[in-house]
Design a protein around this ligand. Structure first.
Ligand code: AMP
Length: 409
């Protein structure tokens, strides 16, 4: 299937071509036709599936085809984090390059002055995080009474991050007659309830449940002592000549410590987490995207929405408490059909977390036991042997050694 067969208008097709997109991803194939018919939709899709384009493209097309209403915000995309908001706006810019629609992004943590002056100029599509949006609505700078299309992005994350009441407050200000799109990686009961209250006869779209997606990513596990994790990370990055990696830690403090250790060891490393200013986070992200920083250490919330096309390695320096987060994290690599690598460390305190992750993803992960920092903090170290029957195990002993350079060409 091509984008042309989705009946997209020429200016959008040109934008997509310049982005290098040749084929719509499954979520785009399924969602776009419903959305162009102005139907509501509930979509189960995680980051990395191409979901941003799945909602951005139809919004751009519908708004450019329907007569404009001067001065009114016509579409709102509500998303949980600033980084995601910025990336969605960048997508609108790329796909809508040849259209005259105006869009902007508002999020907290920065002065509101520029956002307010941009809003006053009038915009068609607003991308926003809930807190700043409500703030600006309260001050009378944003009215949503003329809204035509509302997108709730990453609804389950909104719930996890405690934003769901803010979301409900926003919805109260929307006109009853509108098109509504809900995207969520998982569908907890609370989100199903919210969906039932805000969607009208929605089309249901579901792509790549976590287990199928994670199968495409080369994963491996290293049991090691907590105190050896930094040395093991350094060892693997050198051993596999890794050019760039995203490293997940559980705490902000941990992220800083790992980034400092890697910097001292001669790598360009940076940490991003909620304690850093928005500008510092954005700068680190840009430096990582451009290759000036090779090791980015992040906590889950700060990393939400990081979108790097060529990200090859994800390290779970600490395993996440919530198994679904493992899937979110490793979904940063292996995007849009590319392959990727996810390397996880498990210390004595996280053995049960690892079990829960394996249960969720339903596939076994090779355990690499020939490394210099084995787990000794437990009476009986877990064995790698149980994985020896797993298809694919031993396929490549060193999970990172793909080519001499360690980087994919
Ligand atoms: P998302 O799930 O929206 O975060 O998108 C994941 C990545 O896939 C982003 O880097 C997009 O630029 C890329 N992408 C989205 N749609 C396509 C497509 N049809 N062809 C190639 N890449 C795409």
């Amino acid at each position: 299937m091509t984008f042309t067969s989705l009946n997209l208008i020429d200016p959008i097709l040109r934008g997509l071509k310049e982005e290098g997109y040749t084929q719509p991803t499954p979520i785009q194939q399924q969602a776009i036709p419903h959305l162009l018919k102005e139907r509501d939709i509930i979509a189960c899709a995680q980051t990395g599936t191409g979901k941003t384009a799945a909602f951005s493209i139809p919004i751009l097309q519908l708004l450019s085809q329907n007569p404009p209403r001067r001065g009114a915000i016509r579409s709102l995309i509500l998303t949980p984090t600033r980084e995601l908001a910025i990336q969605i706006e960048e997508s609108l810019k790329s796909y809508g390059k040849y259209l005259k629609l105006r869009h902007m992004v508002v999020f907290g943590g920065v002065s509101q002055n520029k956002q307010v002056s941009d809003l006053k100029r009038g915009i068609d599509i607003l991308v926003a995080t809930p807190g700043r949006l409500l703030d600006l609505m309260g001050q009378g700078y944003i009215a949503l009474d003329q809204l035509e299309i509302f997108v709730l992005d990453e609804a389950d994350r909104m719930l996890d991050m405690g934003f769901i009441n803010d979301v409900r407050k926003v919805i109260k200000h929307l006109p009853a007659k509108r098109q509504t799109l809900l995207f969520s990686a998982t569908m907890p009961d609370e989100i199903k309830k919210l969906a039932a209250s805000m969607l009208h006869n929605p089309a249901r779209v579901e792509v790549t449940p976590p287990a199928t997606t994670v199968e495409k990513i080369d994963q491996s596990l290293y049991y090691t002592n907590r105190s050896d994790k930094r040395k093991l990370l350094l060892h693997l990055i050198k051993e596999f000549e890794i050019g760039s990696a995203l490293v997940f830690t559980r705490t902000k403090h941990g992220a800083d410590k790992v980034a400092r250790f890697m910097s001292k060891s001669g790598f360009n490393a940076a940490a991003i987490h909620g304690n850093k200013s928005q500008n510092a986070r954005q700068k680190a992200l840009n430096d990582f995207k451009s290759g000036r920083i090779s090791i980015m250490v992040a906590t889950d919330i700060a990393a939400r929405g990081i979108d790097i096309d060529e990200l090859e390695y994800v390290f779970n320096f600490d395993l996440p408490d919530v198994p679904e987060t493992y899937v979110h994290r490793i979904g940063r690599t292996g995007r849009a059909g590319k392959s990727g690598m996810a390397i996880s460390f498990c210390d004595a305190s996280q053995l049960s977390e690892w079990k829960d992750i394996l249960k969720l993803i339903g596939i076994n992960i090779p355990v690499i036991d020939n490394h210099p920092f084995p787990l000794t903090d437990v009476e009986e170290p877990p064995k790698a042997a149980s994985n020896k029957n797993v298809p694919g195990f031993n396929r490549r002993k060193n999970p990172g050694r793909r080519s001499g350079s360690g980087r994919r060409n």
